[in-house]
Unconditional design. Sequence first.
Length: 207
Amino acid sequence: MLYPELFKQLEAVRWNMDSDIPWDKFDASQLTDEQAQTIKMNAITEWSALPATEMFLRDNREDSDFSAFMSVWFFEEQKHSLVLMEYLRRFRPDLVPTEAELHEVRFDFDPAPALETLMMHFCGEIRLNHWYRRAAEWHSEPVIKAIYETLSRDEARHGGAYLRYMKRAMTKFGDEARAAFAKVGVLMASARRTAQALHPTNLHVNA
């Protein structure tokens, strides 16, 4: 099983929302309305880890190891949404997402092959790592910069965990896993199909 080791690794570097975020460094002059709106949208998007976890548990009923890892992934991803909402609560309370807005992203994913879904989420974590790093560069307000840098490191670790499950699948399922993971290039290049910048978890692949 991979879950016990992954739990220890992620637990060892888990950050504290009260003490590890420099809330006292906030500079209102460095936050535009546009930037604040994007923080709200990101908080809502991160909330979609809830339906994603439901999907993973549904499609991986035969894999208790991976399903157990979902407990860690879900906790950390929901924490991403929570820290962004806490930022808004402290500094832009008018933009804190409502429960209804959050519930809007609790949709049902269509059934899909578990291996392809695993590959897609590996790609999503890698892209999110880069995406949050770029977001930290785009912002000049110190607190949100620190938050996005923190989230980017989480996403990198999640990508590493998914990679370990992909390697396990290749050993266990052989060509079936290789065929599923061969679509990785299509997904990673798919952002070029549109001029609009997309949050990585909103990307879809048809191949």
